[in-house]
Ligand binder design. Structure first.
Ligand code: ADP
Ligand code: MG
Length: 691
């Protein structure tokens, strides 16, 4: 028996999935067979009731039994290829009527669809004059024994399509996976299934794709959505909320650091520090989200807050989503903290074995106070002597994931999540449950609002001129290209062309090309040179999206801006405007953009307020988009909709609270199922990061 989310066999092992289909599946985020089972149908076609030809209206779908009457050909001119027309009549007994099936490019059907035979027909019908016609249809021969063919008399799932994918292929692939796995491990305690009238996981997933009737489908969907929400809430709400606040004064190390800063902390930074300090002083582990727009100074709050733990002899881990960003943090952290005697080290996947071994020993002995790095910090081989505080930068899903990793450890460290992608209130309450929130609303003083221009193709020359002027002032720029496909090929070409073009545009101005295919050392070298001002501009794919802090950069030029989502645009723009210098953002768009893209760019022009932008993002995408993989910014849910399943969210919250109250560690026998689901295959996506 397998967990629904633990079938790691690739979809490419399934029949009919060649390179084209594999690529299309990848575009849908589907790699494994589990991913495939989690693909939510867009809708279901109800083929369980007959819609005879006699009563079908223009634009409706016929679903009935027909007899083939005759073949004929039609065509406009002599010499032009003619088209086969097959005329059928309804023999369902429920209503007469005829239909013409137009077989464009499929004249060979004359040989196979013979007059006098009986077929099941499914076809969207249009009415031209007095004739009912169909150009897309399915015909399945009626069998002698009167059994329905598999596509008929059923409710069929209709999946979102990409590339070469067809409904037929996806249905067959899903059927195959379901058939190969006789039973999926149940994921809900029985008492809950009974109470809420839910199905077993196994029955739910089978019913969800191929429901026998609509009532059953609704129950299956509820089961799957509830399961996601229930586990989400269990994890999010596992820590009982702190009640008594313990006041705490800033320690000596903290004060010394604050004194040494060349600027004063903002009021919001001071407030957040106080909130964090009180949490760190309490017995319960802290569980806090620090949200603040790009450039609001979150990192500094992280560093200062760490000093309390370090002064007490504890260790702190500071995690960033990318190697580049981790390195930058390590450097800025070292500059700030080492003069105070803090022992800081840097660990990522690319640290050499010898250095790594040395570092791990020191860590275990407690000779390192602060370890900065990527998720490599939490690999199994990394053992701290006394890890008491974990700070996580810009990783939205990590909150949930991290709690899973920490679940069951003897002493749970304090946790601070930092994010610049403001989380709309409704979402934060749902997804993060009992997470406390600190907010940096005000920017450090002296920042000028970034001026944003929407640039059409023909206005490029003016833009290049304006950026050139910034170069003469000694300021720096980023030129950004979207990442276009998985392989990294086409974006690489574009970005390389652009790089050559810009070199001609700005002769003698030093620059570099940076993209995800470069190895880490090269990237680091380039960013170092840029940071020291040796390069005037970077041409880049979106590797600079998150976190990089180079105050002298004043121009952000985003090519094909219409292809970026709002969150990405906002993050990218946040790379400039990080000092008292006036900064500019140029969003270059093409005329053929979609309505949604137009709205997104307008929002970017109208506002630099990340909170407003996040809200608009939700409005533009609509609540439907919150479901499933589309909602990649926060957390991927395959079945539940955070916008629409309010009642289910409430039920999941109540159920999870009830369990947590009596069994916070899921130790009771009836909760063993919860513990194993959480450790084996948690019902929400936490793994894959979309770089
Ligand atoms: P965030 O991570 O919130 O996007 P950073 O922590 O990268 O922002 O800070 C942006 C820049 O602002 C950094 O160069 C930092 O040194 C600076 N900064 C932080 N706090 C202040 C402040 N109170 N006044 C002036 N500059 C500040
Ligand atoms: Mg940051």
């Amino acid at each position: 028996m397998a967990y629904l989310r633990a079938i790691d066999d690739p979809v490419t092992k399934l029949g009919g999935v060649g390179p084209a289909a594999a690529k299309a599946y990848r575009e849908l985020g589907i790699h494994t067979q589990s991913d495939l089972l989690l693909l939510a149908p867009r809708t279901w076609e109800d083929r369980s009731t007959v819609h005879p030809l006699g009563s079908v209206r223009d634009g409706q779908v016929a679903n009935t039994l027909v007899e083939v009457l005759s073949h004929s050909y039609f065509g406009l001119k002599k010499g032009m290829k003619r088209t086969l027309k097959i005329t059928v009549r309804d023999v369902s007994g429920l209503g007469d009527g005829r239909l013409s099936l137009l077989c464009f490019g499929r004249n060979f059907l004359e040989k196979t669809i013979r007059a006098g035979r009986i077929y099941y027909l499914w076809a969207p019908v249009t009415i031209k004059g007095s004739e009912k016609q169909a150009t897309q249809y399915e015909l399945h021969p009626a069998t002698d024994d009167g059994d329905f063919p598999p596509q008929f008399g059923k409710i069929l799932p209709v999946y979102p399509l990409r590339g070469s994918l067809t409904q037929r292929l996806i249905r067959a692939n899903i059927r195959k996976v379901l058939a190969e796995h006789k039973a999926f491990i149940n994921e809900l305690p029985e008492s809950l299934m009974e109470e809420l009238d839910l199905l077993s996981t196994d029955e739910a997933i089978r019913t969800y794709h191929f429901p026998p009737n609509l009532e059953r489908l609704a129950r299956a969907r509820r089961t799957l959505a509830f399961t996601e929400l229930f586990y989400l809430q269990l994890v999010a709400r596992r820590k009982p909320r702190q009640t008594a606040k313990k006041p705490a004064v800033p320690g000596e190390l903290e004060l010394r650091l604050i004194e040494r800063l060349p600027f004063a902390l903002t009021g919001d930074q001071l407030t957040s520090l106080k909130e964090i300090r009180e949490d760190l002083n309490a017995e319960e582990p802290m569980n806090r989200l620090l949200q603040g727009d790009v450039g609001s100074g979150k990192t500094l709050v992280g560093w200062i807050s760490a000093l309390k733990i370090i002064a007490e002899g504890g260790q702190v881990a500071f995690m960033a989503p990318t190697e580049l960003l981790a390195r930058q943090h390590a450097e800025s952290g070292a500059a700030l903290l080492e003069p105070l005697g803090v022992r800081l080290a840097f660990l990522t996947g690319s640290v050499k074995p010898k250095e790594r071994a040395y570092l791990l020993t020191a860590l275990k002995r407690g000779e390192i106070d602060l370890l900065v790095g990527t998720h490599a910090l939490f690999s199994e081989s990394v053992a701290f002597k006394n890890l008491r505080y974990v700070i996580i930068d810009e990783q939205h899903r990590f909150g949930v994931e991290q709690r899973l990793a920490l679940l069951g450890k003897a002493t749970e460290p304090h946790l601070l999540l930092m994010t610049a992608t403001p989380i709309p209130r409704t979402l934060s309450l749902t997804v993060f449950g009992s997470l406390n929130i600190s907010t940096l609303q005000t920017m450090p003083p002296g920042r000028k609002p970034i001026i944003t221009h929407l640039v059409r193709e023909e206005s490029r020359p003016r833009m290049y001129k304006a950026v050139g002027v910034e170069f003469t002032r000694g300021h720096q720029a980023y030129f950004i290209y979207p990442r276009i496909d998985d392989s990294g090929q086409s974006d690489l070409r574009d970005v390389t062309n652009m790089y050559e073009f810009l070199k001609r545009q700005y002769p003698g101005v030093p620059s570099a090309l940076i993209h995800s295919k470069l190895d880490e050392e090269e990237k680091v070298a380039i960013l170092g040179a840029y940071q020291r001002g040796e390069l005037a501009y970077l041409v880049s794919t979106s590797v600079v999206e998150v976190g990089i802090d180079i105050p002298n950069a004043t121009c952000m030029i985003i090519e094909h801006a219409d292809r970026f989502g709002l969150a990405a645009l906002h993050q990218l723009r946040g790379r400039v405007g990080r000092s008292a210098l006036q900064s500019y953002c140029f969003l270059v768009f093409s005329e053929e953009m979609t309505e949604e893209a137009k709205k997104r760019l307008q929002v970017m022009k109208d506002s630099t307020d990340g909170f407003y932008i996040a809200e608009q993002d939700l409005i533009i995408r609509g609540p439907g988009e919150l479901t499933g993989r589309a909602q990649s910014g926060y957390l991927n849910l395959a079945f539940a909709s955070l916008a629409e399943d309010l009642e289910l969210i409430e039920q999941a919250r109540a159920a999870s609270d009830r369990i947590l109250q009596v069994d916070n560690g899921f130790l009771a026998p009836e909760n063993a199922i919860i513990r194993s689901v959480l450790s084996e295959a948690p019902p929400f996506e936490t793994g894959r990061s979309e770089a």
